[in-house]
Design a protein around this ligand. Sequence first.
Ligand SMILES: C[S@@+](CC[C@H](N)C(=O)[O-])C[C@H]1O[C@@H](n2cnc3c(N)ncnc32)[C@H](O)[C@@H]1O
Length: 282
Amino acid sequence: MTPEAPGHAGGDALHFSVLTLFPELLRPFTQEALLGRAAANGLLKFDLHDLREHAGNRWRKVDDTPYGGGAGMVIRVDVVERALAALPSTPDEVILLTPAGQRFDQRLAEELAGRQHIALLCGRYEGFDARVEGLVTREVSIGDYVMMGGEAAAACIMEAVGRLRPGVIGDEESWRADSYSSGLLDYPEYTRPAEWQGHGVPQVLMGGNHAAITRWRRDRALERTLARRPDLLPGAGLTPEDSSALLTLGVDADALAGHGAPPPPTPKRKRTRRPKTPQEPV
Ligand SMILES: C[S@@+](CC[C@H](N)C(=O)[O-])C[C@H]1O[C@@H](n2cnc3c(N)ncnc32)[C@H](O)[C@@H]1O
């Protein structure tokens, strides 16, 4: 085992154990920037384990040719079994990284952020002997493409899950408003300079009217999500005010329900005063 962070990890640290043939690929990743700081502060804990240390032979050979023939090499299940058994504590989640797994997304990141100890199993070559499935709690893919190894996938998961732990990115509000956590894609942000190559900044953001800024941001988030990821709208907890915004953005009134949007607020009817009838003389 090669401990990653200075040993401050307390009982509340989320612990990641990565099992890989290339631990040095991930070492700087877990020592730099916010992940490194979180490790130094005892919020996250990383350890990297070289699968070759559990090869069980003096050549440190962990793979073999596939039964039935074919190209490539397959990582042996007994090597993985020994590597998992040698972990400093029993993980409550053991994740096999594979393009054939459940697709990683923000919901899964939020679920995993509630774990105490996550083991990430990185493949190489043709991947693992299929019997490794009996040693893991789930199989995860980071997308519909094939990489040469699982290390980049492990890095994605540690970033996305680690930042959800309290204190890791400081202001928890900042991740709650992020794309996917809020249910919508994030609204566009601007900073100085106010004018750049003829492109300005929306006037509402300069005005200091916080209610107007909040509504503008929500409307832009709706607009972006509608244009880029309309599939997210039904799960976004849309309000009647959001429905009004969607109508303004060109969504047909009949299509609102299909986007998971409630009916827009009914416009308040102007009360018309009845003219007083003059009192009849008795
Ligand atoms: C070349 S790939 C093996 C691909 C495998 N033969 C297949 O077709 O499913 C080697 C390793 O990279 C990792 N990997 C590649 N693409 C991945 C993805 N999209 N998500 C997670 N892990 C991936 C896995 O750990 C895998 O064992």
